[in-house]
Structures are given as structure tokens and as C-alpha cells.
Design a protein around this ligand. Structure first.
Ligand SMILES: Cc1ncc(COP(=O)(O)O)c(C=O)c1O
Length: 394
């Protein structure tokens, strides 16, 4: 991540297919502009935006509105099951360090049922060895696609496991965990009396960057973590956690120490979206179709440019990344990343996403993550350079 930042500082014109910033979507910005104008014209709303510390759990009225929103999906929740925080990254920091670590002479760990996983968890642990993970089953689909599945035969939950954690749609692969897989994880969590954390940063119901009809199910043992970032509001730093009341209370105690209060911009905009019953409309009519078009564009481009190469892309079921697998690469993906950077293209090396896999695993060094949030011309130039570079090392 540090390397990405340095590369951007050194060469601001680099073709940037790295990072997790959402796209700049004009219709979304226009909507936010109009909601923010409403807020600025109302003295009470403006005061709430700028002049008061919000409750550490997040504004009660917003939590009530959110509870109604989830109840409409059939979820049995109230405002006490919800807390807001300054970005979902900070929610994970609290959760990871609340659950994992030394406890009663035992080192408790978070288990990722399917690596690769979101790199942002990697450096959040306050101690060593907080994470463990299982490699996926790989289903080859046709000539150029593949899909990860949870390998339940390898998923052993020993009594030092503090929680299961999975992102869906996954960052980096765009994989969507099926309802059956989620139900099995929930049952395992229940049997071991541990939470199942589901990172919904890209998923349904919001921001809803999912290209399949699948809805997120309500699961008894799940702790859901949502974010407004990928909707288009990363600078607002708003994350939402939904879980049982005991966990939410513990979470709020921990975050009050760290943050005192929750930032209000995202909360105020969320309030407007919910009040106008516009959240689902924005997700389904603006955000999702925008990314779907981009996804189709980059996939068509890769198919055309890479046709003579042995490559596979993970089924792009959600989020805004292409997970490119280059099984015949003669160098490591980390080396390829560095070479591409010299050629003026910044992608994400796939290897760090396997941070919780300690064993040798060849697949670790064969993947790249490409974001498709940039303009089409940038994507086009970048894919051509990637193809020309990969050709040399095949
Ligand atoms: C899977 C996943 N989870 C969580 C986050 C953190 O997002 P934020 O702190 O902006 O809510 C990200 C950001 O890229 C992500 O990709």
C-alpha cells in the first residue's frame, strides 16, 4: 500500500489500476450535491453536521432509520444491533483486536475461510499470529475463467479460533460466496460459539456492486460490516456494524476510547438517502449499472488482447476488480508488479492478499488485481502494456 502511494507521488500520470478508490460517478455526485444543499439550508441539519459530537454508537435517528431499512429486508434487528464508526477499516481494527490475541493462556486467531483476502486486515493486529486462512478450491470454467470455492474439507476450526471472517464480494477476487456456503459457515460458527464476520464493503444491499441476483441473507451468528465508501463516499469515513447487542456494546466501548464520537458527514448523507427512500435506487440505478458497464468493457478488452496467452480471470461477480491469474508466468507476480510500475502501469500485486497463508503456495505469486474504476482510455492503455509485458515473461 505504501509502495502504491510512493509510486503515485513519483509519477502522478501513471496508469492507475491499483488502489480501492471508487469511481467518480457524475450522477451519484449530483445526488449528493443536492442532499448536501438540503442540509446546508436547514439550520438544525447544519448544526448536526458541524456543531455537535455525535453519539459514539452513531446518531440514534439514523440507527432507527437503518433498523427500519433492514427490517424491510426481513431482518429482525433494532437500533441496538447497529453502530456507526469512522470507516469500516476502523471497525475491523476494533473487531480484530477485541476477538483475537492472547486470552486465558491461549492465542486466539481470526480464521479466513478462503484466502486471498482483503489486504487491509493484514497490518491491523496488535500482536503476532492473529490470522490464519484456508486456500480455496479452484474451479476452472471454460478456457479463460475460474472461481474460488471454500474448501470445507480443509476448514478445521480448532478451539483457539475466535471468529471466521470473509469478504463477499471479495476483495481482491470479486468472488461472491453462495448462500449454501454462508449457511455452512454460519452453522460452523454456531457449533463453535464464535461470530462469523461478513465484510459487505461492496455487497448488497448497499452499495450493491454485485452482478448476480443473490441477496445477502440474515444469519444468526453473523456480524455484518457495511461501508459507505464504495457507494462513492470514501472521504466521509462511514462504516456500519450490525450484530448482537452484546457485541455492539463491547464494540462501542472500544471505539469510544479511540474516537470519542463518530464523524457526521456520512451519517447526515445516509439520513437523507434513507429519508428520501433513495438508498436502493441509487445503488440499483446508478452505482451498480455504472460498474457493470466498466466490468464488461475491461473483460472484453482482456479477451481481445490476451487471446493468445494462457490466462484466466476470476468470475467477476461483484466489487470493481479483475483478478487475473497468469499460471505460466516465469517470474513472480511481485516482480511483474515492479516491472509494470517501470512501464507506467500501477496494479496490485496479488501475493500480499495471501498474507494469512504461511505455506508455499504457487498460486500466491501468479495473480494481479486490476481496478476498473478509471476512464476507459486509461484502462485500454494499461491492458495493452500489461499484455506486452506479460508476453515477455511467459
Ligand atoms: C473488503 C474491504 N473491506 C473494508 C474496506 C475498508 O473500507 P472503509 O474503511 O473505507 O469503509 C475496504 C477498502 O478498500 C475493502 O476493500
Amino acid at each position: 500500500m505504501q509502495d502504491l502511494g510512493d509510486a503515485l507521488n513519483e509519477n502522478p500520470d501513471i496508469l492507475f489500476l491499483g488502489g480501492g478508490n471508487p469511481a467518480d460517478i457524475p450522477e451519484f455526485k449530483a445526488k449528493m450535491h443536492s442532499y448536501l444543499s438540503n442540509v446546508l439550508q436547514s439550520p438544525e441539519k447544519l448544526h448536526k453536521l458541524l456543531g455537535v459530537y455525535q453519539s459514539p454508537q452513531g446518531d440514534l435517528a439514523v440507527r432507527r432509520q437503518l433498523a427500519v431499512y433492514f427490517k424491510q429486508l426481513g431482518w429482525p434487528v433494532s437500533e441496538d444491533n447497529l453502530a456507526l464508526a469512522n470507516g469500516s477499516q476502523s471497525i475491523f481494527f476494533a473487531l480484530i483486536n477485541m476477538l483475537a490475541g492472547q486470552c486465558d493462556e491461549q492465542k486466539r486467531q481470526l480464521l479466513f475461510p478462503m484466502a486471498p483476502e482483503y489486504l487491509g486486515y493484514a497490518d491491523q493486529a496488535l500482536g503476532d499470529e492473529y490470522f490464519t486462512a484456508v486456500t480455496p478450491k479452484i474451479e476452472l470454467i471454460g478456457e479463460h475463467e475460474f472461481k474460488y470455492h471454500i474448501d470445507f474439507d480443509k476448514l478445521v476450526i480448532s478451539n483457539n479460533i475466535a471468529a471466521l471472517c470473509i469478504s463477499s464480494p471479495a476483495n481482491p477476487s470479486g468472488n461472491l460466496v453462495s448462500h449454501q456456503e454462508l449457511a455452512r459457515l454460519d452453522a460452523l460458527a454456531e457449533a463453535h460459539q464464535i461470530p462469523l464476520i461478513i465484510d459487505c464493503a461492496y455487497g448488497s444491499p448497499f452499495p450493491g456492486i454485485v452482478y448476480e441476483p443473490q441477496k445477502l441473507p440474515w444469519l444468526k451468528n453473523a456480524v455484518y460490516v457495511f461501508s459507505l465508501s464504495k457507494l462513492g463516499l470514501p472521504a466521509c469515513r462511514t462504516g456500519i456494524i450490525l450484530g448482537n447487542t452484546k457485541l455492539i456494546k463491547d464494540f462501542v466501548q472500544a471505539t469510544t476510547v479511540m474516537n470519542l464520537a463518530t464523524a457526521s458527514t456520512g451519517m447526515v448523507l445516509l439520513n437523507e438517502l434513507l429519508e428520501h427512500q433513495a438508498l436502493d435506487i441509487v445503488c440499483q440505478q446508478i452505482v451498480q449499472p455504472y460498474y457493470r458497464k466498466k466490468r464488461d468493457f475491461i473483460i472484453a478488452l482482456i479477451k481481445a488482447e490476451f487471446s493468445h496467452l494462457d490466462y484466466r480471470i476470476h468470475l467477476a461477480q461483484g466489487a470493481f476488480f479483475i483478478w487475473l491469474w497468469l499460471p505460466k508466468l516465469k517470474i513472480t507476480s511481485s516482480e511483474l508488479y515492479q516491472i509494470l510500475k517501470q512501464q507506467g502501469v500501477l496494479v496490485m500485486d496479488g501475493a500480499p492478499f495471501f498474507f494469512a497463508i504461511k505455506d508455499d503456495y504457487a498460486h500466491k505469486q501468479q495473480c494481479l488485481r486490476l481496478s476498473y474504476c478509471q476512464e476507459e482510455s486509461v484502462i485500454q492503455s494499461a491492458i495493452r502494456i500489461i499484455k506486452n509485458t506479460v508476453e515477455k515473461y511467459y
